[in-house]
Design a protein around this ligand. Structure first.
Ligand SMILES: Nc1ncnc2c1ncn2[C@@H]1O[C@H](COP(=O)(O)OP(=O)(O)OP(=O)(O)O)[C@@H](O)[C@H]1O
Length: 325
């Protein structure tokens, strides 16, 4: 289990640069054996949190418990149970796959039969078993990433921390990497915390945590998070999103969120503003088209995805909210 209690981190002031609070009073619990995705806009504090969890940085205040250890008092105990995959590659591309794995095993005292035993488990899921003698620089990006994951699995960590591990991978490699990771995580009951900006990756996670400006906004299952947005939402594309959002509020009493050239309405009244036989979303689309069709490029009803949750909780320019303040 990972437990963060009222964690705060302030980067101290430097010449010509004020102090910056990257993490504010953040509390979060990730149960053992679960897969958690950590997301948030740029600068929200994910990397700072990741560095604290890896033991690379001490927080200004708060407590970090990992696997029953106080991670700030006993970082070595935590390090022994933790595998880390950083954004930047940590394999030697001039060595072969097996040389990389042997070298890493040796660092953890794994040799001979013990290494061979662990090796079987570490690469069994992967596509690199038939490429062991190939140099890493001759592998595709996805395969090289598999070497990294195999490397970290050699040590059979109870906890795996991954910082945007799929950056630079094509969609197919990304998918196969995640499927393999999820299988391994479930098989071994590992606890996985992975940062990601790609919401399709979070759909299968046990939980998703979203940060903004150093605060934890939400942490729940994908299903519960989608329920925050509602069963369905209406997305209108228009050249005049701010004006349309203001009109929706003024004329229909509907709060809407402006996101780029879209106006998003997720608080749809059950029977629509003009009560009729249609569902809320369909009735709402009728009403919007009757009143504002000339300025609408497209209009659609959709079920919220995690990306919609992200937009909803991190909040772009919310005309309705602004004008209510
Ligand atoms: N070494 C540092 N000194 C001062 N401020 C820093 C330092 N590192 C990060 N920050 C600031 O702390 C805040 C959080 O940064 P952090 O890198 O943790 O965010 P992030 O969520 O990982 O962002 P991204 O998604 O862009 O990687 C930002 O405002 C950033 O400018």
């Amino acid at each position: 289990m990972i437990t963060l209690e009222t964690l705060t981190h302030v980067y101290p002031a430097r010449r010509h640069q004020a102090a910056r609070t990257a993490i504010h009073d953040l509390s979060l619990t990730i149960p053992d054996g679960t897969f958690c995705i950590l997301s948030g806009p740029n600068g929200s504090g994910k990397s700072t949190l990741f560095r604290i969890l890896c033991g690379l940085m001490l927080p200004t205040a708060g407590r970090v418990q990992i696997g029953g250890h106080d991670a700030l008092q006993h970082p070595d105990a935590v390090r022994r149970m933790t595998g880390v995959v950083f954004q930047s590659p940590a394999v030697d591309k001039h060595l072969s796959v097996i040389e990389n794995l042997r070298l890493h095993g040796a660092l953890y005292g794994l040799k001979g039969a013990a290494f061979e035993h662990r090796l079987t488990a570490a690469i069994g899921w992967s596509d690199i078993a038939s490429r062991l003698n190939d140099r890493v620089d001759s592998l595709s990006g996805g395969l090289a990433r598999q070497v990294e994951l195999a490397k970290v699995l050699l040590t059979e960590p109870r906890l795996l921390l991954l910082d945007e591990p799929t950056t630079g991978l094509d969609p197919a490699s990304r998918r196969s990497f995640l499927v393999a990771l999820r299988h391994l995580q479930r098989d071994r009951g590992m606890t996985v915390l992975m940062t990601s900006h790609v919401f399709s990756e979070a759909e299968d996670a046990d939980s998703v945590a979203i940060m903004r400006d150093g605060h934890l906004l939400v942490h729940d299952s994908p299903r519960a998070l989608k329920a925050l947005v509602g069963r369905e939402m209406v997305v209108v594309e228009t050249a005049t999103p701010t004006r349309l959002a203001a009109a929706l509020l003024a004329e229909l009493g509907l709060p809407a969120l402006v996101h780029g050239d879209e106006v998003r309405i997720d608080a749809i009244p059950a029977s629509g503003p003009d009560s009729g036989p249609n569902s809320g979303a369909v009735a709402l689309i009728d009403t919007i088209l009757q009143r504002w069709q000339p300025e609408i490029t497209s209009i659609a009803v959709k079920q919220p995805s995690l990306e919609d949750v992200f937009i909803h909780v991190t909040g772009k320019t919310a005309v309705a909210e602004d004008s209510r303040r």
